[in-house]
Design a protein around this ligand. Structure first.
Ligand code: F6R
Ligand code: MG
Ligand code: MG
Length: 367
């Protein structure tokens, strides 16, 4: 059977207003550019905050030059629309002038997985804004390794062996593969440092599913490192397959019942709570946030994704949103103080060098 590829490619090509959300005209431009293209079996264009999100299914595998080029071309056209409308930061994430075969490293973020479709194939696309790839460490760990989150790890024989984690050291550009539950404490020792170690993929262990086809994948592009200067946050996306030997849909959504703290928010330089929201509510307002996460669920069939289900558009998540808003208020009261403001080395920009230059000569040695 031909394998199916699910690709999520996203970029901020202009905000409306400021960095709050995406103008409907950008979504229209992107849809027009993807419609009727025979490279794809199916597509869905949406947004989270100010990020334009292209969700595509096809049979061309990961890193397909044609699919990446189509996404690049779509972002270029959306940038033209953004310029015409005078949107904020038009073309912000388009860091290169010419496409060179693969969209990775050019600004946009990418999460792609190729797999053999099961009889029924539920897939969730998670889209985050105003945060960084390490924000997925906590929920992905909970989904695939925490028995208090995922009941199946304890009571479903097909999940009981656990999962394999591919973790990237994004500072040293290295990766390591680790087994859960055997190496759980070592895994946590790494991924708790979410600005450095990020979960890239999760694979099933020996059992009923192929061990070389991921159950989850996270985008790990670092805009800051690509551009060499601050150009906005590398707002991440992820794909997670569910059910029949993998965590159930409800186990995949469960970590988001806690508005955990992530780094990003205002000026990419603050810690704040994530808020799970519907696409409609994915508008970053308060202090340019708080950081948002959207979950779109699909039943993939014959390479097509069908229609999305907006999974956080549910009163069961109302109390989480309320708690997130309360935590946002609590964090905000710290103003410029850590740990609301990020430590110096993690801030996206700072005035400290200038302040230090100005004060040079006024510092006296202390005994
Ligand atoms: C955070 C973000 C915003 C901007 C802020 C300042 O990722 O995008 O919080 O950093 O609105 O934006 P500029 O510098 O464009 O005025
Ligand atoms: Mg932005
Ligand atoms: Mg964004």
């Amino acid at each position: 059977m031909r394998k199916t590829t699910f690709s999520v490619i996203k970029a901020d090509v202009g905000g409306f207003p400021g960095h709050a959300t995406v103008h409907p005209e950008l979504i229209k431009t992107a849809e027009e550019n993807l419609r009727g293209n025979d490279l794809l079996v199916d597509y869905h264009v949406t947004h989270c905050g100010d990020d334009l999100e292209l969700l595509m299914t096809h049979h061309r595998g990961e890193n397909s030059e044609e699919v990446h080029s189509l996404a690049w071309d779509t972002f270029k056209k959306a940038t033209e629309t953004a310029k015409k409308l005078g949107l904020y930061g038009a073309g912000q994430d388009m860091l290169s002038d010419a496409f060179s075969g693969n969209i990775r490293g050019m600004g946009p973020g990418v999460a792609e997985m190729e797999f053999t479709e099961r009889k029924a194939e539920p897939v969730v696309a998670f889209l985050m804004d105003k945060t960084e790839p390490g924000a997925f460490n906590y929920p992905i760990f909970k989904i695939f390794a925490d028995p208090f989150n995922t009941a199946g790890l304890v009571i479903d024989p097909s999940l009981h062996p656990g999962f394999v984690f591919e973790i990237w050291d994004i500072k040293e550009s290295k990766s390591i593969t680790m087994n859960s539950p055997e190496e759980m404490y070592d895994i946590l020792a790494l991924i708790g440092a979410k600005g450095r170690f990020v979960i890239k993929r999760v694979y099933p262990k020996e059992g009923k599913l192929p061990t070389d086809e991921p159950a989850a994948v996270v985008s790990t592009e670092k805009l800051y490192q690509i551009a060499g200067e601050y150009v906005g946050k590398d707002d991440p996306v992820a794909l997670v397959r569910c059910q029949s030997g993998l965590p159930a849909l409800g186990e995949v959504l469960e970590p988001f019942a806690h508005p955990f703290l992530v780094s990003g928010w205002m000026r990419g330089s603050h810690n704040g709570p994530i808020m799970p929201v519907s696409v409609e509510q994915a508008r970053c307002t308060r202090f340019d946030g708080p950081p948002r996460v959207v979950a779109l669920g699909f039943q993939v069939k014959d390479g097509g994704m069908g229609m999305p289900s907006d999974l956080f558009d549910d009163p069961a998540f109302d109390p989480v949103r309320e708690e997130s808003a309360l935590v946002a208020s609590y964090m905000r009261r710290h103003g410029p103080f850590e740990p609301h403001r990020l430590p110096l080395e993690d801030m996206e920009y700072t005035t400290l060098p200038k302040v230090m230059t100005k004060l040079k000569g006024r510092f006296k040695s202390v005994e």
